[in-house]
Design a protein around this ligand. Structure first.
Ligand SMILES: C[S@@+](CC[C@H](N)C(=O)[O-])C[C@H]1O[C@@H](n2cnc3c(N)ncnc32)[C@H](O)[C@@H]1O
Length: 303
């Protein structure tokens, strides 16, 4: 059976709406645009365009998956972050808009970066943070002569996606990708190279949902979470296990390099601000920043 874009969209909207997809109309349009390889605007301007049988089948398959709350980004295999497109699939968390605050913070603080700055993004996932920094700091920091960029992840699958994105954005030669637990592979690599280390900026959007995500999964808004890697979401009983482990590793780093200036920018859960202050109470300063909804979202910690 074949039919027009107008009819295809009406049927798809009905199915998605019934399945409690909040953005039913937009998602239907985006999936049709993906199926036909035409812009959303073109499709809306030409509702009479006919889909052939192959297109109808592809579109209906995509709508059926979206109706089961598979994230749109996993279906189209891309997500925009800080104005750039990133490849994503089931191996990585879909980048979230609130994570862009980390980039804004670093851009605002660019003047603080020294001549031998190192930036390491831990739990890099799709690589959206470190790749964006590689692009943005390239634009802002022509004066910085020795900026070194690193990224780690415990998941080899995630690292494969991050490397693919780094190649796509032409920064694969600028970033060293390391496999392992939080800062551990970075600390090990320092032991080998004994490189001069003065300024270190650590960015981290680590898993911060508590292990019992059942309440969250009940809300139709969060159904998509069940398709994302557990390793990217589960932060232990209270969601803060990884941050506790990170604080131990930072202490170890300070012992090894007592003169090192460390700034840690991490994304945190909306109720985690006070607990993060306690976990990093040995820091010189801990600042909690809020997101656009007025919730705790980013902590800027100086050691
Ligand atoms: C919430 S996702 C964030 C991904 C990406 N940085 C972003 O902001 O979209 C957390 C990432 O941390 C990784 N991860 C989980 N435990 C880790 C650990 N112990 N060491 C390093 N990475 C870890 C996961 O594999 C996942 O890619």
């Amino acid at each position: 059976m074949t039919y027009s874009c107008k009819i295809a969209l009406a049927k798809a909207y009905k199915k998605l709406y019934k399945s409690n997809i909040n953005s039913a109309s937009l998602d239907a349009e985006l999936l049709l645009s993906f199926t036909l390889k035409k812009s959303r605007e073109h499709i809306l301007a030409h509702p009479e365009i006919k889909l052939n049988e192959r297109q109808v089948k592809k579109f209906n398959d995509l709508i059926a998956q979206r109706a089961k709350h598979v994230p749109l980004a996993y279906l189209t295999k891309e997500k925009e972050f800080y104005g750039r497109k990133f490849y994503v699939d089931e191996r990585v968390l879909v980048p979230r808009p609130e994570t862009e605050i980390i980039i804004d913070e670093l851009r605002m603080r660019n003047y603080e970066l020294g001549m031998n700055a190192n930036i390491i993004d831990i739990g890099t996932g799709s690589g959206c943070i470190i790749i964006t920094l590689a692009k943005e700091l390239n634009i802002l920091h022509s004066k910085i002569c020795n900026l070194q960029l690193f990224a780690t992840d415990i998941s080899q699958d995630a690292l494969a996606v991050a490397k693919k994105n780094a190649r796509m954005h032409g920064v694969d030669k600028k970033i060293k990708f390391l496999h392992g637990n939080l800062l551990e592979p970075f600390i090990k690599s320092l032991g080998v190279t004994r490189c001069a280390l003065r300024d270190l900026v650590v960015t981290a959007n680590l898993p911060y949902l508590d292990s019992d995500m059942k309440n969250l999964l009940k809300s139709s808004n969060s159904q998509a979470l069940k398709y994302e890697p557990r390793l990217a979401l589960d932060g232990g009983a209270d969601g803060l296990n990884l941050y506790r482990e990170l604080s131990d590793q930072v202490k170890q780093l300070i012992k090894l390099f007592p003169k090192l200036k460390i700034t840690l920018l991490c994304e945190i859960g909306e109720t985690h601000g006070e607990e993060i202050k306690k976990i990093f109470s040995f820091a010189k300063n801990v600042e909690i920043k809020k997101d656009l909804a007025g919730l705790d979202r980013i902590s800027v910690i100086k050691f």
